[in-house]
Design a protein around this ligand. Structure first.
Ligand code: NAD
Length: 284
């Protein structure tokens, strides 16, 4: 039976450190603020934004919320971002994805000042990450690395297989694991014979969004299995991994919910504090 990787527990411990850091900054006269832009009425996005604001509250970070209707134009959103870029109360800006198809996502991401880009999606931050000196790294992949480190799961020299090549999870995660000296294989929807590849993984990460994608026969005995997928089903939220059967084979496994999700929010708060320090010329 595998050991459970408890994302809630690790996120709590990270959030405690962040809260202490915010207090220290407050004592130096620095307040930390995060602005979240929400466009449209996607119910899941509304829940995510509410959770982010609530987490800010518990950590002493001031949150600013900007809601736009489905009919909003790219121009309106860009103008709001410009104001936030120049607002000294705001250290971090994020625009909740997905955006309605009418909005120019690339323009929105590029409008956010790189030093306030706490999602780490701006091309300047992506480039820095690729070059190995990134400061604001994408939240879900950096949360996953923190989970592995917390449980002392060795990354160096291991075979890591990442399934899913999105800009927000799969691609940056492959880069970060490679920086930590794993041998990385990045799989996607056109990968042929996925099972033959996943069987080689010491660390297997699924970021696809397909219930039941990873069955026990695809997992090497003792492997670490990280499930990023979020699928809404009649049974509630489930990941990509068949948890019951895979947990009999894996060495470590994350649950859904309560695995990667809480780390994503905690990493966002971590980035916001980091951004505040960068903007105040402090060491990070
Ligand atoms: P995405 O939805 O943009 O893309 C999915 C990826 O999966 C693509 O790269 C595609 O090539 C690949 N794929 C699709 N079918 C496949 C198959 N049969 N075999 C192999 N690869 C396949 O990716 P995303 O935005 O990274 O989201 C992936 C999942 O992770 C979703 O369920 C999303 O809700 C979840 N997610 C969770 C968190 C979190 O904090 N827990 C954060 C971000 C995303």
């Amino acid at each position: 039976m595998s050991k459970l990787i408890d994302g809630k527990l690790v996120a709590q411990s990270l959030k405690k450190e962040i809260k202490d850091e915010v207090l220290k900054l407050n004592k130096e006269g620095i307040n930390v603020g995060l602005a979240v832009i929400l466009v449209g009425d996607d119910p899941a996005s509304h829940i995510y934004v509410k959770n982010k604001a609530a987490t800010c509250d518990t950590l002493g970070i001031k949150s600013f919320e900007y809601n736009f209707s489905n009919n909003a134009s790219t121009k309106e959103i860009l103008s709001s971002i410009e104001k936030l870029n120049n607002d000294s109360r705001v250290n971090g800006i994020l625009c909740q994805l997905p955006l309605p198809y009418t909005i120019d996502k690339k323009a929105v991401i590029e409008a956010i000042s790189p030093i306030k880009d706490v999602d780490g999606f701006h091309p300047v931050n992506t480039g820095k990450m690729l070059s190995g000196y990134g400061e604001l790294l994408p939240c879900t992949p950096s949360g996953i690395i923190k989970l592995l480190d917390y449980y002392d799961i060795k990354i160096e020299g291991k075979n890591a297989v990442v399934i899913g090549r999105s800009d927000i999870v799969g691609k940056p995660l492959a880069v970060m694991l490679s920086k930590r000296n794993a041998t990385v294989t990045l799989c996607h929807s056109k990968t042929v014979d996925l099972k033959s590849i996943t069987k080689t993984a010491d660390i297997l990460i699924s970021a696809v969004g397909k219930e039941g994608l990873i069955s026990a026969d695809m997992v090497k005995s003792g492997a670490t299995v990280i499930d990023v997928g979020i699928n809404r089903t009649d049974k509630g939220l489930v990941g990509d991994v068949c948890f019951d059967e895979v947990s009999k084979v894996a060495g470590y496994i994350t649950p859904v919910p309560g695995g990667v999700g809480p780390m994503t929010i905690a990493s966002l708060m971590f980035n916001t504090v980091k951004a505040a320090k960068i903007q105040n010329g402090m060491k990070i």
